[in-house]
Write a protein that binds this ligand. Structure first.
Ligand SMILES: Nc1nc2c(ncn2[C@@H]2O[C@H](COP(=O)(O)OP(=O)(O)OP(=O)(O)O)[C@@H](O)[C@H]2O)c(=O)[nH]1
Ligand SMILES: [Mg+2]
Length: 515
């Protein structure tokens, strides 16, 4: 039994992310000659997407900080923020050996386009917006090797065309209305990082529900959404009870409240200061910035208090740092970031610019988001991609005019769902129920379910990395027996349903190991 990490495709299933995706790919290949040309073209598109890295869209309301977060994740300031027509377009950031931008036109043609002088996607293009389908940016950034990041226009803007672009990408309008082939041309997202700010509204919940429905082949697919409570630095701590005047405590407790209304659609709501993450990760924080912050830290207490009261005071007060430099600090860190930097310098006056940058990164919440993306998206990529592919196949069959074709695709999917590989979809559902609190489980059992469902590497699933196969097999069988008796004797009806799924997961692991 190989114990390859989930980031390296298992050679037995290459080029697919895992056994279930490989099974869906086989299904596409078997069905393709049995369907009409239009559906077959859709199947080829599904195959192509199955083999590509996981497609993660960053979506949310207008000006919630989506593009800023995209830059932080990629580790490079390349997506335009604030203004310009390109903020109204879908942009896919994917791995490439040479940095380049392609404008994909509505008729499918592609045009190369240069980056602007600062290495960013230009805010404006010299092509009419109505002629453009979307942008593709190829970057050498390592994170993009197993994750394609898609920046989207803000929802809730006055500009109907950009809202439609995001809706199409997230398949919000319902699969039936859209031509599935053209929908997948803009490469439907398989997972979403949903950005919210202080208030979550009903339409945020609607978008998440529609996205979940469009990417799941059954009632509850694997969780493929994480929410980010962005601009955490702008939350007034006094507006959140029990925050003790601390911004991060306030943001954490607000994120927990939002999680109650958004779960189980999202795996988590994570507080975030995207601006600090972008500045610290994309090389925008320089030693000149650190020097300026040191000079500001040297001001007397009253001056410091006053200048941190508002952006206006920060840039206009008489202090020994030029106003232009202060504007730059404000743009890169905002007042909260400046405050964090000054407090860090107070505690460690000799701190280097590099160490200060890392402290700002620590204060941004990016590390926790990266970790969640790894455990929720990457480790479950096989299940997430397979579920999205099955949903696309179902949509393709539904829009086919041929009832025989529809039935063949439907039957093929039913057979596939009975196979052992498909059990991980059930396991991911169980995982959702438990981690969202919909089914209460004792902590140790919940942790065990997260472990078994949270990885596609057998030894990790069993919590025994590096142990011999015989030992793994013995343990899998022992836990299968334990969960079966828990399902029968020690559980509430809801716990019992989950326990059956976990029992079968262990049983299937044992079967694989004993071969
Ligand atoms: N204070 C603060 N400002 C932020 C943060 N994240 C982003 N911003 C600022 O918010 C503004 C909008 O950010 P964008 O990243 O362009 O937002 P967007 O959601 O991509 O906007 P649209 O694409 O136009 O919908 C910019 O001025 C960012 O610098 C944050 O965490 N804190
Ligand atoms: Mg944007």
């Amino acid at each position: 039994m190989s114990t390859v990490s989930s980031r390296v495709p298992d050679p037995r299933f290459a080029p697919w992310p895992g056994p279930l995706s490989a099974a869906v790919a086989r299904l596409c290949e078997v069905l393709e000659p049995q369907v009409g040309e239009r559906t077959a073209a859709g199947f080829r598109e599904v195959l192509r997407r199955l083999a590509a890295p996981l497609q993660v869209a960053v979506a949310g309301r207008i000006k919630s900080g989506k593009s800023t977060l995209v830059n932080a994740l990629i580790g490079r300031r390349v997506a335009p923020t604030d203004v310009g027509e390109c903020t109204h377009l879908v942009t896919r950031f994917q791995y490439g050996t040479v940095d380049r931008i392609e404008v994909v036109l509505a008729d499918g043609r592609r045009r190369a386009h240069p980056f602007d002088a600062s290495g960013m996607i230009p805010a404006d293009l010299d092509i009419g917006m109505d002629q453009i389908s979307h942008l593709e940016a190829y970057l050498t950034s390592a994170v993009l090797r197993d994750l394609t990041v898609i920046d989207t226009p803000g929802l809730g803007s006055m500009d109907d065309a950009s809202v439609t672009r995001t809706h199409n990408l997230l398949a919000v309008q319902g699969a039936d209305e859209l031509d599935p082939v053209s929908r997948s041309a803009v490469a439907g997202a398989e997972a979403v990082l949903y950005v919210v700010t202080q208030s979550v509204r009903a339409d945020d919940r609607q978008v998440l529900a529609a996205f979940a429905a469009a990417t799941a082949s059954r009632d509850a697919g694997p969780v493929n959404a994480i929410a980010v409570l962005n601009k955490a630095d702008t939350i007034p701590p006094e507006s959140v009870q029990g925050s003790d005047g601390d911004v991060w405590t306030a943001a954490t407790s607000l994120a927990e409240k939002q999680a109650e209304t958004l779960k189980p659609r999202v795996a988590d709501v994570l507080p975030m200061v995207g601006l600090l993450a972008e500045t610290a990760e994309s090389g925008r924080f320089t030693s000149a910035d650190a020097d300026a912050l040191r000079a500001l830290a040297g001001c007397d207490e009253a001056t410091r208090l006053t200048m941190l009261m508002s952006a206006d005071l920060f840039t206009t007060l008489e202090v020994p740092v030029p106003a232009g430099v202060r504007m730059r600090l404000l743009e890169r860190l905002d007042l909260h970031g400046v405050r964090v930097a000054l407090e860090t310098i107070d505690a460690e006056p000799d701190i280097t610019a590099g160490a200060l940058r890392r402290r700002l990164l620590d204060a941004s919440g990016l590390a926790a988001l990266r970790e969640r993306v790894r455990t929720v998206f990457r480790a479950r990529a096989d299940g997430i991609k397979a579920a999205a592919a099955l949903a696309s196949l179902t949509a393709l069959a539904q829009t086919s005019g041929d009832p025989g074709e529809r039935q063949r695709v439907h039957d093929g999917i039913e057979v596939l769902l009975q196979q052992p590989e498909a059990h991980q979809l059930r396991l991911l559902e169980a995982l959702t129920l438990v981690t969202s609190g919909a089914v209460a489980m004792p902590d140790d059992l919940a942790a065990e379910i997260v472990r078994v469902g949270g990885s596609s590497v057998v030894a990790e699933q069993l919590g025994m990395p590096g142990r011999p196969v015989s030992e793994l097999a013995g343990y899998a069988l022992e836990r299968a027996g334990w969960w079966r008796s828990f399902a029968s004797f020690g559980a509430t009806p809801a716990q019992s349903r989950v326990a059956h799924v976990v029992h079968r997961a262990y049983f299937l692991l044992w079967q694989r190991l004993k071969r």
